[in-house]
Design a protein around this ligand. Structure first.
Ligand code: NDP
Ligand code: EPU
Length: 334
């Protein structure tokens, strides 16, 4: 039977009919609230988890509720719990594409730890959505299969990469996805096959799916190749040379403008913004579409830096840059 879950809006601003602080169940002071539903145990951490520890930008205040899920049954239980307690929720992977606010998040952050890999047929990998995309790219390429070499060095999860249709070096996630298993807001596990999946540049059908709760597994079909290992190394080397690896960033801040034949990085550099600093946030001197937390950046520093870059590029070139990173509002907007 379908289990009604919390409604998840298409943006990061998820629904919560009333403030969690008014929810009588949570008057207890203990930091962990163990939940038992059927055979599934997991714990909620209350008010202690800092989002900066869950984000590659290392920015973000506390979330009201935090839990980790290790399989789709736990995910459904967590979502049902949020629904029953009118909690806004969001799913995160490695937090490599999110800008959290210093005020935190007034709902429940569900950390995706669904991390399995199964390969029953040569070149076919069914992978849990919480598996590290970098690790998958390295494993498949080293096993002699081509299609995911670009994933080497990408800090996100398989779920995040599918949701965003991550890409690099002329390859993208969509090229090799065979099917996607996901959970809907009414608790059903569903599958979409390749033919039904309409991906675009940094876009997937999941971004506009009103009843998506979360992607739980992705099946990839890769081709055998004698050069995948070498290509992986080349891509990793290129990444090391052109991107500020090791700095606190969220990868590309802006999407590349479509059909202009120019990248966001070029526009930002030509607007003279490389190295520009607002508080603890700085436009990388190595790659101008990477904005760095170079020590103590607040979320507002980063938002201001993003706004300045957009304004200057628009003034100088008449191009309106669109963010690739997702800003997570601390509260539901009215
Ligand atoms: N090419 C590159 O070099 C780089 C690429 N990236 C890409 O950025 C993306 C970030 O991945 P990751 O760090 O895991 O994501 P995040 O944890 O940053 O989550 C970003 C958003 O993706 C959505 N999302 C994440 N996991 C799932 C899931 N299992 N099911 C449904 N939606 C999900 C959620 O959006 P919502 O809440 O709206 O549903 C979430 O808010 C990846 O595509 C990564 O490859 C990042 C850095 C560098
Ligand atoms: C990092 C991400 O993905 C990256 C991905 O790693 C790389 C490599 O293929 O290609 C995209 O960047 P990109 O378009 O900036 O690619 P790059 O190869 O680094 O640079 C493209 C062009 O911009 C120019 N460039 C780059 C950096 C810079 O500071 N200044 C500049 O002028 C370069 O000269 C080059 O000609 C993805 N970004 C987007 C928004 O499409 C991400 O999504 O987070």
């Amino acid at each position: 039977m379908a289990i009604p879950l919390c409604h998840k809006a298409s943006s990061l601003l998820l629904q919560h009919p009333h403030s969690p602080t008014n929810t009588h169940i949570f008057v207890c002071k203990s930091s962990f609230i163990p939940i038992k539903q059927g055979q599934t145990h997991f714990k909620f951490l209350r008010r202690q988890k800092l989002l900066k520890d869950l984000s590659t930008w290392a920015i973000g205040g506390p979330c009201n509720y935090f839990c980790q899920v290790f399989d789709h049954t736990q995910l459904v239980s967590a979502l049902r719990y949020c629904h029953e307690n009118s909690l806004r929720f969001m799913i995160i992977g490695r937090g490599s594409n999110c800008l959290f606010d210093d005020l935190g998040f007034d709902g429940c952050v569900i950390l995706n730890r669904i991390e399995f890999v199964e390969s029953e047929e040569a070149g076919v990998y069914k992978v849990g959505s919480g598996f590290w995309f970098n690790r998958l790219g390295v494993q498949c390429s080293n096993e002699g299969f081509t299609g995911l070499e670009f994933a080497g060095g990408i800090p996100g999860t398989v779920g995040g990469a599918t949701f965003m249709n991550a890409g690099a070096n002329g390859q993208e996630t969509a090229d090799v996805v065979e099917s996607v298993d996901f959970v809907t807001t009414d608790g059903r596990l569903q599958r979409l096959e390749r033919a039904d999946l309409n991906f675009g540049y940094r876009s997937s059908p999941f971004q506009s799916m009103p009843d998506l709760a979360a992607i739980v597994a992705v099946t990839f079909q890769l081709q055998s190749s004698g050069t995948s290992k070498t290509r992986l190394q080349e891509y990793l080397e290129r990444r090391r040379a052109s991107q500020p690896i090791g700095e606190k960033s969220a990868g590309s801040v802006f999407r590349n403008p479509s059909d202009l034949g120019v990248t966001a990085a070029e526009l930002i550099e030509k607007a003279g913004l490389k190295g520009l600093r607002v508080g603890g946030a700085m436009i990388s001197k190595l790659h101008s579409n990477f904005f760095i937390n170079c020590g103590g950046s607040t979320s507002q520093d980063m938002l201001n830096l993003i706004a300045i870059a957009k304004e200057k590029v628009n003034q100088k070139f008449g191009v309106k840059l669109k963010e690739e990173v997702l800003y997570v509002h601390p509260r539901e907007e009215t």
